[in-house]
Design a protein around this ligand. Structure first.
Ligand code: ADP
Length: 407
């Protein structure tokens, strides 16, 4: 019921009929308020998710404000095109907000995911219901409060905390929600798409899991490669959809790499995420913690084969083999390549079926860089101008010229 009421409010309230410069100004004001409350917001995400407070303060919260500013600048540049029609007609397109959007977000990046979804949708003129993950509702509620202070009209940005099978499912099956933007697991993404298909055929965009490869070639600088792989694997306690969870290292550098990577992992300090000397806080909850232990166990069992062989799995270590291995997954979210050879970097980046390729870097995120997967990692982009498109409909308008009768 609460959701239905919100949706009715949403339909009336949109920012769509505001002059667009005003929409941009409101989003900038929202960003100002986020920046003014950086400490409280970072603390909320740390308490909820066990994320490092320092990272929240330096990266997640300012990153949310940056996304708001990026789309604030885009809000007055939403326009269609004039069409070159074969018949003597005046034809043009209008870009219109898709309407009421349901955003279902996960717990690993409560702030980043909130702004991945809400900022382009606000700039497009949509109204929305955001459902934060049940583990991490606090910052989303605070953002709703700041949005109101910034001048976002009541009913435009609604936050409805709750569990997935109830609050989440209500969004994906609701007849008055026009679009769902989801980030989470592949299994739940499938449920969301099914519910959308069975209700009003609302379009969905899904950013799902990944199993991203990082390929380290022989010519890579050892320290760079180790640092990069460490970051790819352990950032945010490994609770990140683009985690580099399959590391392929070419034979020539393999032994030195494993030694150094092990030393670096051992130096990592796990503890209280508010302590600035700690590198890694607790996992989000006991369920994830136990899941990780289980995977380590499976790894040990599977690792026995590797120990007996005592060598890397691959025999040749060619570029073709690396590409084939990188692609040997149902997922296609991201991939890392570490090499100084530009030909290898270019060839491999074009051959890997994934939505983001990071060469000699990892986590190459930026507001202007569209992010989203291939294959079972989903479809539809967050960030960049692609994300704005996601919240817009194209309407084609045609009228005859010269008073010519149509028939
Ligand atoms: P993760 O694997 O990251 O825990 P989930 O896919 O389980 O991700 O959850 C991501 C988001 O999807 C959360 O906000 C969760 O509440 C929501 N969710 C879970 N189940 C459903 C469902 N059946 N319908 C809609 N949303 C759901």
């Amino acid at each position: 019921m609460a959701l239905a009421k919100n949706v009715r409010l949403c339909k009336r309230a949109s920012l769509h009929h505001r002059p667009k410069p005003a929409r941009g100004r409101i989003l900038h004001k929202f960003a100002d308020l986020v920046e003014q409350h950086v400490e409280e917001l970072a603390a909320l995400d740390t308490v909820d998710a066990g994320k490092l407070f320092a990272m929240g303060k330096l990266v997640d919260i300012p990153g949310g404000a940056n996304l708001l500013r990026y789309y604030a600048g885009a809000a007055d540049k939403v326009h269609g095109e004039t069409l070159k029609m074969a018949r003597p007609c005046h034809g043009y397109t209008l870009k219109e907000p898709v309407g009421v959007v349901g955003h279902i977000v996960p717990w690993n990046y409560p702030t980043t995911m909130f702004f991945f979804k809400a900022s382009p949708a606000l700039a497009a003129g949509c109204t929305m219901v955001v459902k934060p993950a049940e583990q991490t509702p606090l910052s989303a509620l605070f953002y709703a409060h700041l949005a109101k202070l910034a001048g976002v009209p009541d009913g435009v940005l609604n936050v409805v905390p709750g569990f997935g099978p109830t609050a989440g499912a209500a969004i994906s099956s609701h007849m008055d929600i026009d679009k769902v933007s989801f980030t989470g697991s592949t299994e739940v993404g499938r449920l969301v798409m099914e519910a959308a298909a069975k209700s009003n055929l609302k379009p969905v965009s899904l950013e799902l899991g990944g199993k991203s490869p990082v390929i380290v070639f022989d010519d890579a600088d050892l320290d760079t490669a180790v640092n990069l792989v460490h970051m790819a694997s352990y950032t945010n306690k490994g609770e990140i959809c683009v985690a580099g969870s399959r590391i392929y290292v070419q034979e020539g550098i393999y032994d030195a790499f494993v030694k150094k990577a092990t030393e670096m992992a051992k130096k990592s300090v796990v503890g209280d995420p508010f302590n600035p000397r700690v590198h890694q806080g607790p996992q989000i909850d006991k369920e994830q913690y136990e899941k990780i232990l289980k995977y380590i166990d499976i790894g040990k069992r599977e690792g026995a084969t590797l120990v007996t062989g005592g060598k890397p799995c691959g025999e040749n270590g060619t570029v073709e083999e690396a590409i084939q291995k990188a692609n040997s997954t149902r997922y296609g979210l991201a991939a890392g390549i570490v090499t100084k050879n530009i030909d290898v970097a270019n060839t491999v980046s074009r051959s890997i079926r994934a939505g983001a390729i990071w060469i000699n870097c990892y986590l190459g995120f930026d507001p202007d860089v569209p992010f989203g997967g291939y294959k079972m990692s989903g479809f539809g982009k967050d960030m960049g101008m692609d994300a704005l498109e996601k919240y817009l409909h194209t309407k084609a308008v045609v009228t005859p010229l010269y008073n010519t009768p149509w028939l």
